[in-house]
Design a protein around this ligand. Structure first.
Ligand code: PLP
Length: 371
């Protein structure tokens, strides 16, 4: 037997993993342009307001301490989270973004032979996390581009150990009815972990605010994941958190890398969490921008999926072009968005809500594509 390198002997379920296709980096787009245009970064659901000035100041204040390891328990950040969320600090786990935590949940609770249930058109990191531990992904067909909770419940077998739910969902932006979701969680046997990924929850209007952390006392098999990457404007700092029953949080905390969140990330998250004004502006810009995009798309006659997050998925099949082709054309106009072919929605593009001028640029470029 002659293997050329160890990659050939990795397990099949690792070797068959799809590659993550990132949004095109702005620097690369700039380099490829004949004449430089103002670029509109609308591909990765980043915050168009940038970073909160308070978070930036907090990062600058800890930079000089970079020679020292961070607090491995994230004590101060957890104290703030615990007070505001009305949960015990022992119920919290910090992550290098919440995507680390969903991977950690899979590593903690799944092994080969186990099944994990998730929805079609849900976040692409779920099947990767499930495959990474050799478990079996069970993808349940979506209903109206969102989670079909009845079908997901029916897909649970005695092999199921974990269920992933994104609410609001990425990339479709759908939101589940809170009462139906709570009934679903209650119907899942308690030895199965339900991971509720709420990366976009902060964008919801007050009337739809998520209260799932309050459900944990009654439903100890619930892990709620949130992030500082989206509404808090800290995607580059990599920090998110999970809330769970203390026993579940304890397992996750034992398995995670000791120093998984940096000192700068912890300081930034603390300051951003306290910056109510920034969050308010972030939500305001998003609500206004979403209305602007919806109205523009209606005028252009392009159907879209009603979104509860900071992005919107648009059906471009009437252009006679695929999402990938439309994305390529928009790129030439300096507008970077995401085609959803990798999400099995080849006729869709996903655009992140930008500043008013980004939204205008996007709608203008899209109109060009249509003409
Ligand atoms: C962005 C996102 C996350 C978290 O991203 P991090 O930057 O790792 O915190 C988690 N779930 C979904 C569905 C997302 O879109």
């Amino acid at each position: 037997m002659s293997l050329s390198n160890p990659a050939d002997s990795a397990p099949d379920y690792i070797r068959n993993l799809p590659r993550y296709v990132p949004g095109k980096p702005a620097s690369e787009v700039k380099r490829e342009q004949a004449k430089p245009l103002r670029l509109h970064r609308m591909a990765s659901n980043e915050n168009p307001l940038g970073v909160s000035a308070k978070a930036l100041a907090a990062m600058q204040a800890v930079m000089a301490d970079a020679a020292n390891y961070p607090d491995p328990s994230g004590h101060q950040l957890k104290a703030r989270l615990s007070a505001r969320l009305r949960v015990e600090a022992q119920q919290l786990v910090l992550g290098n973004g919440s995507s680390e935590l969903l991977d950690l949940a899979a590593r903690c609770f799944l092994r080969a032979g186990d099944e994990a249930v998730y929805s079609q058109y849900a976040f692409q990191a779920y099947p990767v996390a499930i495959h990474a531990v050799g478990a079996t992904p069970v993808c349940v067909p979506a209903r109206d581009y969102g989670h079909d909770l009845d079908a997901m419940r029916a897909a649970i077998t005695e092999r199921t150990k974990l269920v992933f739910i994104a609410n609001p969902n990425n990339p479709t932006g759908t939101l589940l009815d809170a009462a139906a979701l709570q009934r679903f969680v209650a119907s899942v046997p308690r030895h199965i972990l339900v991971v509720l990924d709420e990366a976009y929850g902060e964008f919801l209007p007050d009337a739809d605010a998520l209260h799932s952390c309050d459900w944990i006392a009654e439903h100890p098999h619930l892990l709620v994941l949130r992030t500082f990457s989206k509404a808090y404007g800290l995607a580059g700092m990599r920090v998110g958190y999970g809330v769970a029953h203390p026993a579940v949080a304890d397992l996750l905390n034992r398995l995670r890398l000791t120093f998984n969140t940096s000192a700068m990330a912890q300081a930034a998250a603390e300051a951003a969490f306290d910056d109510a004004d920034f969050l308010q502006r972030s939500r305001g810009n998003n609500a206004q921008g979403m209305a602007q995009l919806e109205q523009g798309l209606q005028t252009l006659g392009l159907p879209f999926i009603r979104s509860h997050a900071n992005f919107i998925a648009i059906d471009v099949s009437s252009t006679g072009r695929s999402g990938a082709e439309v994305a390529q054309q928009l790129l030439a106009a300096g507008v970077i968005i995401r085609p959803l072919g990798a999400n099995q929605l080849p006729q869709f593009i996903r655009v992140t809500v930008g500043l008013p001028e980004d939204n205008v640029a996007f709608l203008g470029a899209l109109k060009q594509v249509l003409s």
